[in-house]
Design a protein around this ligand. Structure first.
Ligand code: ZN
Ligand code: ZN
Length: 439
């Protein structure tokens, strides 16, 4: 069997609209494509709906879908994925939330959110508040809470205890000048009683921690200095730690992940990829792209599948800056030269996990362009890599759930439909097959 290594590059939030300041081009169309065009010359393109047409994906759901995981049976919330990416070790069954220290003002019996980042409280001060909460609000009933301070206002909450279900809503209203929300059971919850228990203790914890934070010495000091107090913990993305089948078990490919942002490192870890740490890779515009490409190049010699993630495209989209986004894509194109000598020998896909139009500043349900190339592939005649050209490319319109099938086929690892070399229903030829003993 041939061994063609595969490189999946995800430029977060790549898809976009066209803008006057880019001569009515999209950021991708306006970017330099010196190296992309070399890949394109032995490839094809198309459009992808990461989840389904018109559904704006979150980054974690889009990635899991693209990597071949079933969101209805193999997705247990964002909290644990992000916590894993931050290097927090979670045990099976532990509940995790992403959280932010924020500022509220009490009006009657409501707590109105004034700032969702507590005036961008520095990391050191967040750590002090985290220590206070871990001491004074460690238990609610018999359930144990652990807060982990991350950078600036960011934190993670871990809840331990029996008979809880993560199927609850956020207390974070995701907006300002609106009240902190009651944590409730999700309507579609499979384990309603257990979810109700978690919602109850989360609400108790929210109120208790607000009282503790309000009286905290550090907040008194901040107020005196004219700064916003960090007097609430807003949480979202409830999830439970569950072990997923590994990427290797699913697809028969030894995989490595390279990313700067915690969520993407978490996705790689959650699916059992080897995470390759690159110094200076931070998920921001000044990330170490060179280091990431060099790491990808080395990994292509040791792994069957390499996942390389770049976040800054989405960062510029949320900021509403199409020029910045386009310049970052040009920078990406420039660094593709690092793997240029591999172009002909590897299979490659460049795509996004969703469209984030700069004029909307949020993820949209529009499809993303996909560029593929492989040593043996049906090429198309599209001119540049672009949202518009992709709509006439020979790959057509695919879904995120098609990606891994296409990948396995591109690297010639698929088995014909109906072939059963293994008791497990798989789409690839496994490396270990059970031989018949003849003596
Ligand atoms: Zn994303
Ligand atoms: Zn985004």
């Amino acid at each position: 069997m041939s061994k063609i290594p595969f490189l999946l590059v995800i430029l977060d939030g790549l898809g976009d609209h066209s803008y006057a300041e880019l001569n009515n081009k999209t950021p991708l169309e306006a970017a330099s494509q010196k190296n992309i065009s070399k890949i394109k010359s032995f490839g094809a393109q198309g459009l992808m709906d990461p989840i389904a047409p018109g559904v704006p994906p979150s980054s974690d759901t889009a990635h899991l879908q693209i990597l071949g995981y079933d969101l209805t049976t193999e997705y247990f919330g964002r909290g644990p994925i992000e916590a894993m990416g931050e290097g927090i070790e979670l045990k099976e069954g532990e509940i995790a939330f992403r959280a932010d220290f924020g500022t509220v003002r009490v009006v009657g019996d409501r707590a109105i959110v004034i700032d969702r980042r507590a005036g961008r409280i520095p990391t050191e001060e967040t750590r002090q508040l985290v220590e206070l909460l871990n001491k004074e609000a460690r238990f609610v009933d018999s359930y144990e809470f652990k807060v982990v301070g991350l950078t600036e206002h960011r934190a993670a909450i871990i809840v331990r205890g029996e008979d809880l279900s993560y199927e609850v809503t956020d207390n974070d209203p995701h907006n300002i000048n609106v009240p902190v929300l009651e944590c409730q059971v999700r309507e579609e919850a499979r384990e309603k009683e257990k979810a109700k228990r978690l919602a109850e203790i989360m609400n108790k914890w929210t109120i208790r921690t607000m009282n503790i934070l309000e009286k905290a010495e550090l907040n008194e000091k901040r107020k005196k200095e004219g700064k916003l107090p960090a007097n609430v913990v807003l949480f979202r993305g409830a999830g439970v730690m569950k072990k997923l089948p590994t990427f290797y078990e699913k697809h028969g490919l030894r995989a490595a992940g390279i990313a700067g942002g915690a969520l993407y490192k978490g996705v790689a870890k959650a699916v059992g990829m080897d995470l390759i740490e690159v110094q200076g890779a931070n998920g921001m515009p000044d990330t170490n792209i060179k280091g990431k490409f060099e790491a990808a190049k080395r990994a292509l010699s040791n792994y069957d599948f390499v996942f390389l993630h770049l976040k800054a495209t989405d960062y510029y989209s949320h900021k509403g800056d199409p020029v910045g986004k386009s310049e970052f894509i040009s920078k990406f194109d420039d660094h593709l030269s690092i793997i240029e000598d591999k172009f002909k020998d590897i299979a490659l896909m460049i795509t996004g996990d969703h469209t984030t139009p700069c004029d909307r500043g949020l993820h949209s349900g529009e499809p993303v362009p996909v560029l593929i190339s492989a040593p043996s592939i049906r090429r198309d005649d599209t001119k540049i890599f672009s949202e518009r050209e992709a709509s006439i490319g020979s790959l057509g319109r695919i879904r995120g759930s098609d990606v891994m099938k296409i990948v396995l086929d591109m690297i010639e690892r698929t088995v014909e439909f109906g072939t059963r070399p293994s008791p497990r229903l798989i789409t690839y030829m496994p490396s270990e097959l059970k031989a018949l003993k003849i003596s």
